[in-house]
Design a protein around this ligand. Structure first.
Ligand SMILES: Cc1ncc(COP(=O)(O)O)c(C=O)c1O
Length: 389
């Protein structure tokens, strides 16, 4: 049974993030007509099938590939729970492969794990973390391993909408792809699975009125959250007064609370699809890249942290800014207490991968999305400077 380590912040009394972690809806990001590239990529004739989230797209992909009591999922040791949840929902065993410090899959370990796994590995999951494309040479080698062993390679583009779009648009999507458009667009939800049209299966049930209203409401509240006043900076809070929470080790073979079995087969709500189709993608990519560069410049001057990816390739549309902390305690607690928006994969299945164990508490994911204002960027950079200089 998998063992998980989970950081429980309930005693820490952290405030809500002062800046939205994901893009919020703005009319100014939309075009009058649907963006042709997105329309094509979402077309069912490309083998696209829509879900409420990427995790349900993964569920359908795992199931189609034979992941279950007699088929193993081989996933990266650095992961979030929702990448494993769909396999646990299928009662499947999960194996974890190690990753390098740049989060590249360790191919020799993958070969060894495939050779000794019982039941046999049916899916190899490879994420393009934070929007950075894994090397094509490595992907080609992984293709060979998968072909020789009857394994489906799923490219996890949950952080990399533009990589999925590129693959689909150029017809180069020979692998199965999964994406989470709600991380790229200001849509309440969305998960897409691309496989060969023959394997994609029928589109699931439509979202009901309740989910549509929820989508609309979140568009509205998201907009207000994006316009909220920023807390005044009054220096670092005293570290000794912040409760540290609890780091727990638990065993479970059930999906986490972030996975709803009842949502597995349903489409993303129509309002989310409408936002995806109408968003002017070029502007989104430019603003994400500009914000990423702002983070890079700000972090270069800090002693307490460094960028995981200091170089941004020309075609990269970053999802978030991964920042490695030298002193996660107290710095993570100080940053959270000051309201900095932070994702951190601090709930993770235990593995032998030293990088995953290290990054679990040290690697922060900071927003660089298109709807951050200049003031919000400046405020976040000031908070970081206050704590990490
Ligand atoms: C790399 C990766 N893959 C898959 C998922 C699951 O995606 P979703 O949140 O759309 O269910 C996540 C979620 O954060 C993720 O980070």
């Amino acid at each position: 049974m998998p063992q998980f380590q989970r950081f429980d912040p309930s005693l820490c009394d952290f405030p809500r993030p002062a800046v939205p972690l994901l893009p919020t809806f703005r009319w100014s990001d939309l075009r009058l007509a649907a963006e042709p590239a997105t329309r094509r990529v979402l077309d069912q004739r490309t083998g696209a099938r829509r879900f409420a989230r990427g995790r349900y797209a993964l569920h359908a992909a795992y199931r189609a590939a034979g992941v279950g009591p007699r088929g193993t999922l081989l996933a990266p040791a650095y992961h979030c729970r929702t990448m494993l949840d769909p396999a646990l929902a299928l009662s499947a065993p999960v194996l974890l492969y190690p990753v390098s410090r740049t989060l590249a899959p360790a191919i020799e370990d993958i070969r060894a794990l495939v050779a000794r796994s019982t039941p046999a590995v049916r899916v190899l999951l490879v994420p393009h973390y934070f929007g950075w494309e894994q090397s094509p040479a490595l992907m080609a080698q992984l293709d060979v391993v998968c072909r020789e062993n009857d394994i489906v390679l799923i490219e996890d583009c949950s952080h990399a909408w533009q990589i999925a779009a590129k693959r689909v648009a150029t017809g180069a999507a020979q692998r199965v792809l999964v994406a989470s458009p709600y991380k790229f667009f200001a849509s309440e939800e969305g998960g897409i699975l691309w496989s060969s049209p023959a394997r994609a299966g029928a589109q699931g049930t439509s979202a009901g009125l309740r989910d549509e209203l929820k989508g609309l409401r979140s568009m509205w509240t998201g907009r207000r959250a994006g316009a909220g006043a920023l807390p005044r900076l009054t220096g670092r809070p005293p570290a000794a007064q912040i409760a540290r929470g609890a780091d727990l080790t638990e065993t479970s073979d059930a999906p986490s609370g972030m996975y709803a079995r009842g949502t597995e087969g349903r489409d993303a709500c129509a309002v989310a699809c409408w936002v995806m189709r109408r968003t002017a993608v070029g502007g989104v990519v430019e603003r994400r890249r500009a914000n990423y560069r702002r983070w890079l410049a700000a972090v270069a001057a800090l002693s307490g942290a460094r960028a995981l990816y200091p170089v941004m390739p020309a075609d990269c549309a970053p999802y978030m800014f991964p920042l490695y902390l030298e002193r996660p305690d107290p710095d993570f607690f100080l940053l959270k207490k000051m309201g900095l928006p932070i994702f951190r994969w601090d709930e993770m299945a235990v593995s032998e991968c030293a990088v995953a164990a290290d990054y679990r508490l040290r690697l922060l994911h900071l927003p660089c999305h298109q709807t951050l204002s200049e003031q919000q960027m400046q405020w976040m950079i000031s908070v970081l400077g206050e704590v990490l200089r």
